[in-house]
Design a protein around this ligand. Structure first.
Ligand code: CA
Length: 437
């Protein structure tokens, strides 16, 4: 079965919110991502982005425009400081709410409806965006075979790709408490470093890095002891956001064996505020990566025809950077890498199915992430570790400054978007963090 397309994907649809109709808009009427916003002095609420505005969904309940039972339940769940309640409802109410909001925001919606809806719009520039969900658990995967091979070459040149890689989506349990919203400062962590000295020292990291990733949120969960079959896995995914898994490489390389990432990773992970739903992504689904002829086929519990045919996602990701000196000189950001999630070795459904395959329960608002998304080319690398080959080939900024790893005052911005012939481009917004002490 192909991803379902409906009137909400019509490329010719325009909104009476003019800013949504700009060609460069990340949030046209075909997108309608969910996020959590707070107007100064008010409670946090769930909103939907349209152009440069936010629709206060729960605020519209009293206006009587969301009366249908399914839509009403979803809208009531938006009277909350997180998306967890809406996520818990599963795909049906979310889809119904999307279709209703699309109809209300359409250029040719009835004048009275437009008038009432307009009263519940706020400007994005006037609000604070918070984390989209209260994340109970966060798991980070390692789904890019290009990233895994590059990192493997750096740390184990004789044996870059470990034997499990082609059989299972490798992951580790990350830390939910240090997830932060885009715009939050990132403090350079200290840790044990054991490089070129007899004994390790404790010092600020000298190898701070970003990781360009796609995060995806769990909607309805599963009960402990009941795995989610691969065929049903996508029904448990709410949508996607940008994720920067900040990493201290020197701390990581000393501590990671034998139990995997720990303090080199859990000092900060930045999320973009808008969650683009699986419905909005439907036009951009693609086949799963075709494996090389010598690669083993996925085991049956990770294999479904539908996932192989449509489980990939054609979504571009991009990292850019400015140093403090660049900003002071008015120099625009430099793009460091541009990659695409269609090149991932494992699909989101495979990651979720594998995660629950032992009966592990996922809960609404849990966060999974792809791991660093890199492609085959030098222009498609998702972290400085790969881009500078662990500092051996520094990147030169327009000011002449060199970067082996991130410097204090560097600001890293992730972007993501989908575009395909015959459909309206949609974007994920930005995920930004400024490095300091
Ligand atoms: Ca990562």
């Amino acid at each position: 079965m192909k991803p379902v397309l409906d009137e909400t994907h019509d490329r010719s649809a325009k909104s009476w919110v003019d800013s949504a109709n700009l060609a460069s808009a990340d949030f046209p009427i075909q997108n309608l991502p969910f996020g959590v916003f707070r107007l100064q002095g008010n409670e946090a609420r769930v909103g939907v982005a349209i152009g440069d505005r936010i629709l206060d969904v729960a605020g519209m309940l009293s206006a009587g425009l969301l009366a249908n039972e399914c839509v009403r339940g979803a809208a009531e769940a938006c009277a909350s400081g997180s998306l967890n309640r809406l996520m818990a409802l599963g795909a049906g109410p979310r889809k119904a709410l999307r279709r209703r909001l699309h109809a209300l925001l359409l250029k040719d919606a009835p004048a009275l409806n437009r008038h009432v809806t307009a009263q519940h719009l706020v400007a994005q520039q006037d609000v604070e965006m918070l984390l989209p969900a209260a994340v109970g658990d966060y798991t980070d995967f390692y789904a890019s075979i290009f990233h895994a091979t590059n990192v493997g070459k750096l740390f184990r040149p004789e044996n870059p790709l470990l034997p499990n890689y082609m059989y299972l989506p490798v992951g580790y349990h990350g830390r939910a408490s240090s997830l932060v919203a885009s715009g939050s400062p990132v403090r350079r962590p200290s840790g044990q470093i054991h490089e070129g000295t007899v004994a390790p020292c404790f010092a600020p990291t000298r190898a701070l890095d970003y990781e360009l990733e796609l995060g995806f949120f769990v909607s309805a969960g599963n009960s402990l002891g009941e795995p989610v079959p691969i065929k049903e896995a996508e029904e448990h995914i709410f949508g996607v956001c940008l994720l920067n898994d900040w990493s201290a490489r020197d701390v990581q390389s000393w501590e990671y064996q034998p139990l995997g990432p720990f303090l080199g990773k859990n000092f900060a992970t930045t999320l973009s505020p808008w969650v683009v739903t699986m419905e909005a992504l439907a036009p951009f689904r693609t086949a799963a990566l075709v494996r090389a002829v010598d690669d083993p086929a996925p085991l049956p519990y990770l294999l479904s025809d539908r996932d192989q045919a449509h489980g990939g996602l054609d979504l571009w990701l991009e990292t850019s950077i400015t140093s403090m000196q660049m900003r002071q000189s008015g120099i625009p950001p430099v793009v460091l890498g541009r990659s695409n999630t269609r090149d991932l070795y494992w699909t989101m459904a495979q990651m979720l199915a594998h995660h629950t395959s032992n009966g592990c329960n996922l809960r609404p608002g849990d966060l999974l992430a792809t791991g660093t998304v890199s492609g085959a080319d030098k222009s498609a690398l998702g972290c400085l570790l790969e881009l500078t080959w662990r500092g051996k080939e520094p990147v030169s900024l327009p000011t002449g400054e060199l970067r082996r790893f991130l410097g204090d005052g560097d600001e890293v911005t992730l972007r993501g978007f989908c575009e395909r012939e015959g459909f309206r481009r949609i974007g994920l917004g930005i995920c930004q963090g400024l490095v300091g002490r």
